[in-house]
Design a protein around this ligand. Sequence first.
Ligand SMILES: Nc1ncnc2c1ncn2[C@@H]1O[C@H](COP(=O)(O)OP(=O)(O)OP(=O)(O)O)[C@@H](O)[C@H]1O
Length: 199
Amino acid sequence: MQLNATNISFRYPSGPWLFQEMNLVIHPGEIVGLTGPSGCGKTTFCKIIAGYEQAVEGKIFIDDQPLRRSGYNPVQLVFQHPEKAVNPRWTMKRIVTEGWTPDRELLDLLGIQQEWLTRRPNELSGGELQRFCVARALAPGTRYLIADEMTAMLDAITQAQIWHVLQNIARERKMGILVVSHEKSLIQRICHRVVEMKA
Ligand SMILES: Nc1ncnc2c1ncn2[C@@H]1O[C@H](COP(=O)(O)OP(=O)(O)OP(=O)(O)O)[C@@H](O)[C@H]1O
């Protein structure tokens, strides 16, 4: 029932190997930290395990099955910059209901105000927008959430609120989370274990 990245090697065309034969397992409900120096390939690795980028070598399995290329992606990726992840012309209601319809309880837990739903992305702060990206990623079909510097731009209170919700969901739904962060205190506080990538 786990997410299994096996022997993953990657290089961008004509670039050096970013990583070779990297292995990572995330169990259901497990919160795993991923740290490493800037440029070592953390974001690239996240894109590979979410199926956004193809590994040069190696495979991603969920429950021993290769990651599906069609239908709802059980591995959802949330990036640092929410403005790059939304259609600027859509209303927030349309954006957050793109893949599923979060209930009011979840929106409340994430601090999403009703009146924001009729706005467009440029009428919200980065932190407000990121709450929508988190809600959008939490459909019942999400088995693993990949949080790539997801709360790096948020103030401490908003960050704590979002992680509190995600820790509860991870426990209740047995959803695994990969937390990429340069913030040691965040990693120490919420992760069950940490994987370190070398330069
Ligand atoms: N599309 C691309 N084409 C070529 N090289 C790229 C591309 N995207 C990233 N890189 C390079 O790959 C390396 C790894 O980038 P990546 O964003 O995965 O690192 P990272 O560990 O997440 O860094 P940071 O901690 O600074 O966010 C960097 O040297 C980057 O310049």
